[in-house]
Design a protein around this ligand. Structure first.
Ligand SMILES: [Zn+2]
Length: 292
C-alpha cells in the first residue's frame, strides 16, 4: 500500500486582504495597514488534507467561524483595530473545518496529525475541532507565543493554547541521508514526519521566524509543496515578489529556495494557503497523473 493515497483541499471560508499584503511595496506594514483603502477580491483559506496510511494529516486548519460570530474573538482596543484593518473574513455555517471535512467524506476525529505552517489566526482556527490530532508546530514560533510582540504580530495565544490540544513543537534537523538530500536540495534541512519520506517538513522562514512548508511525495502524483503564507499567489512567487507581511530578507531567501527546488523538479506544484489558483493547481496535478 502506498504511503499516501489521496490529497485534497478545502477552504474554511474566504478572506479579503490589502493588496499591499499580497505583494509588498516596500513600505512598512504599519504604514499600509493604516492607510490602505483597498481590499483584494475574496481569497480562500485553504487547508490541505492528506490520506496517509498511518492516519489523516492536515496542513493548516483554517479560520475559526467564531471570529465572525463572536464579537469578543479579537482583542479589543488599538490591537483589535489593527486586526480589523488587516483582514475581512466571510465564513458561513458550512465553512467550518468539521463541515468541510465532512463534505470530503471525513470526520474531524479521523485527523491524527495537523501541521501548522505558522500560528496566525487563519491557520490555527480549526485545532479545537480535532480531538485526536497531534498538532505539529515550529519550536521557533512556539517559543515566541507569549512574547510582547506576539499579539501585534498576529498570534493570539488565547486561541492557540487551548486546553486538551496536544502540541508537538519541532525543530527541523539537517538532512543526513543522500536520498533525502537529493529530494530537498537546495534545502538542507528537513523533518521526515512519518519516517517514510512521504511528508518532509522544510524551513521557510520569513512570514514568521519559524514558518514551515510541507513537501508531499505521493506515488502517482507530482511532488507538492504546501507553503502556507510564503506567497499568496504563485505567479508573484515566480517573479520573486514577496508579500508585505514578514521579514523581507527571510522571505526572499525562502522564495529562492522554493524556486530552486522547482528548478530541480519542474513538475513541483506549489500550493499556498490563500492562492485562488491553488484548488485548480491541485486538481490539475491529480488529474494529469491519473490520465497518464
Ligand atoms: Zn500568516
Amino acid at each position: 500500500m502506498p504511503a499516501i493515497t489521496k490529497v485534497s483541499i478545502l477552504s474554511t471560508g474566504n478572506v479579503a486582504i490589502r493588496p499591499e499584503h499580497a505583494r509588498g511595496n516596500g513600505s512598512p506594514m504599519i504604514w499600509w495597514l493604516l492607510t490602505s483603502r483597498r481590499w483584494t477580491a475574496q481569497r480562500p483559506i485553504n487547508v490541505y488534507v492528506i490520506e496517509h496510511r498511518d492516519g489523516l494529516v492536515l496542513f493548516d486548519t483554517g479560520q475559526d467561524r467564531a471570529s465572525v460570530t463572536d464579537r469578543h474573538y479579537f482583542p479589543g482596543g488599538i490591537v483589535g483595530f489593527f486586526y480589523r484593518r488587516l483582514a475581512r473574513f466571510a465564513i458561513g455555517e458550512g465553512d467550518t473545518l468539521t463541515a468541510q471535512l465532512g463534505a470530503l467524506g471525513y470526520r474531524a476525529s479521523d485527523v491524527t496529525m495537523a501541521v501548522l505552517s505558522h500560528l496566525h489566526q487563519d491557520h490555527i482556527g480549526g485545532i479545537a475541532e480535532l480531538p485526536n490530532a497531534e498538532i505539529v508546530v515550529s519550536a521557533i514560533d512556539w517559543a515566541d507565543i507569549d512574547g510582547l510582540g506576539a499579539l501585534l504580530n498576529g498570534v493570539m495565544a488565547d486561541h492557540v493554547r487551548l486546553p486538551g490540544v496536544r502540541y508537538r513543537p519541532v525543530d527541523i534537523p539537517r538532512a543526513v541521508d543522500t536520498e533525502m538530500d537529493a529530494a530537498i536540495a537546495p534545502f538542507t534541512h528537513a523533518l521526515d514526519l512519518r519516517g517514510d519520506g512521504s511528508l518532509l517538513l522544510l524551513p521557510t522562514p520569513g512570514h514568521s521566524p519559524g514558518s514551515m512548508s510541507l513537501l508531499v511525495r505521493a506515488e502517482g502524483l507530482p511532488p507538492l509543496l504546501l507553503v502556507g503564507d510564503l506567497t499568496y499567489d504563485i505567479s508573484l512567487l515566480a517573479g520573486k515578489h514577496v508579500p508585505g507581511v514578514g521579514e523581507k530578507k527571510g522571505l526572499l531567501v525562502s522564495t529562492r529556495a522554493v524556486l530552486g527546488l522547482q528548478h530541480r523538479h519542474p513538475d513541483l506544484v506549489v500550493l499556498a494557503a490563500h492562492d485562488p489558483a491553488a484548488a485548480g493547481l491541485l486538481a490539475g496535478a491529480v488529474g494529469s497523473k491519473m490520465a497518464s
